[in-house]
Design a protein around this ligand. Structure first.
Ligand code: FAD
Length: 398
């Protein structure tokens, strides 16, 4: 079997790697290269954690990914995975996301423990706990050096004989059942199966399939400039990755000082739509101020530190936040991977194995990822309208 994978973000890269390892002849295409700055997998770092509420499938896929990340990091000159743990700060009333996670985390052999506020203050004194209701700690969790990971996976794929092509693949969805519908450099790509993993561009390539079931949201990331004399106090040995679960304000999360960049903070909110090709990647001053006031409150010792670096990127969301994995209705040889919804990096290796098992061993696509779920009890357009309404309600800027 010959497979063409389009997109070498972490999903395409891991799928190509796993298929190649299973003896499949694989070609990997990307218009800007693995982990490029516009892609969802670009940028310095991502969090890996097992807690996923009741969504067991993601805990399992993440757990399957740890070995891959550890091996990738151990075989690299530079550290790619830092198992620094994950701290959950629950500032909303509802802690059920964590309590529901517990049994699933335990079922894969790890745990999440509650820490009293008193103990948390002793262990992590840099955090202000004034408005925190509960604190939980996951030991098996940490930070992945995102773009570097992506590049390394592709490098290993190449080392194992995989072929890599740089440039844009054209896809004609209307005629997907026809011979010439997937082209590179004006010529048909000759393959038995295609995997399309183009992140935020999927929607443009497959408007019929994805326009009303996915949307792209704009995200900002900031690195605060910790002074050199304080860098060791604010780094990953002293504070784990963290997330402040908050229903009213966006949930902020962060990765302490890493890669000599700064103290990273970002927010989990999907309030503004984005175009990966044409939107400006410059932070909005209002959002910068909002983040500063949050950070200075939660980490008082960081007060008045300047921002050293920023990044504007995008989530490729499905309407319900679950992944989408489907063979295209017009061509059952085209497998589309979409809807990573802001949480798809950590479990790329597990997802790559899943894709391999579907293509090579005829495994079923999990029902959780089947696009049909968005059409079952409500119509697609009802889902879409509900999402747009939600966005309008929360929209800060057009
Ligand atoms: C700010 C931010 C924070 C995040 N935090 C986390 C986190 O902490 N933990 C976590 O697990 N996940 C996180 N995520 C989500 C995660 O990074 C993404 O889900 C994941 O990287 C998506 O990977 P992908 O391979 O699907 O898409 P992408 O990485 O976007 O890759 C798509 C690739 O397709 C290529 N492409 C597109 N069109 C074409 C074409 N026509 N021809 C050829 N190539 C094409 C692009 O160049 C690109 O390289 C975060 C995302 C963002 C933006």
């Amino acid at each position: 079997m010959k497979v063409a994978v389009v997109g070498s973000g972490i999903w395409g890269a891991c799928s190509a790697f796993q298929l190649n390892k299973a003896g499949v002849d694989v070609e990997l295409y990307d218009m800007w290269g693995a982990g490029n700055s516009r892609s969802g997998s670009g940028g310095a770092s991502r969090i890996i954690r097992l807690a996923y509420g009741d969504d067991k499938i993601y805990t399992e896929l993440t757990n399957k990914s740890f070995n891959f990340w550890e091996e990738l990091s151990n075989n690299s000159e530079r550290k790619l995975y830092d198992e620094c743990g994950m701290l959950w700060l629950i500032s909303q009333e509802d802690n059920s996301y964590i309590t529901k996670s517990k049994k699933h985390i335990e079922s894969v052999g790890h745990n999440i423990e509650e820490i009293s506020i008193k103990d948390a203050k002793e262990r992590y004194p840099l955090i202000n706990y004034d408005d925190i209701n509960k604190v939980y700690y996951e030991k098996k969790a940490g930070a992945l050096m995102a773009s570097r990971c992506c590049k390394n996976v592709v490098r290993n794929f190449k080392k194992n004989g995989g072929k890599v092509f740089l440039g844009e693949v054209e896809i004609d969805e209307k005629n997907l059942d026809k011979e010439n519908s997937i082209r590179f450099n004006g010529k048909k790509i000759d393959a038995d199966k295609f995997i399309i993993a183009c992140g935020p561009w999927n929607r443009k390539l497959f408007p019929e399939m994805l326009e009303t079931t996915t949307y792209i949201s704009r995200q900002e990331v900031y690195y605060f400039g910790v002074p050199n004399s304080k860098a060791s106090e604010f780094n990953l040995n002293k504070i784990p990755c963290w997330l402040d679960l908050n229903a009213d304000n966006p949930s902020y999360y962060g990765i302490p000082f890493h890669l000599n960049k700064g103290f990273k903070i970002a927010y989990d909110e999907r309030s503004t739509t984005f175009d990966p090709d044409t939107s400006e990647r410059i932070p909005f001053p209002e959002l910068v101020e909002r983040t500063k006031s949050y950070l200075y409150h939660r980490f008082p010792n960081l007060k008045n530190l300047p921002i050293a670096e920023t990044r504007v990127c995008q989530y490729e969301n499905s309407l319900d936040g679950n992944f989408i994995m489907n063979f295209h209705k017009k061509n059952e040889n085209v497998l589309v991977l979409s809807g990573s919804s802001g949480h798809g990096f950590k479990l790329g290796p597990g997802l790559g194995e899943m894709v391999r098992n579907i293509l090579v061993y005829d495994n079923e696509i999990p029902k959780e990822f089947d696009l049909k779920r968005l059409n079952t009890d409500r119509t697609t357009s009802q889902y879409y309208n509900a999402q747009i309404k939600y966005q309008e309600k929360k929209r800060l800027f057009n």
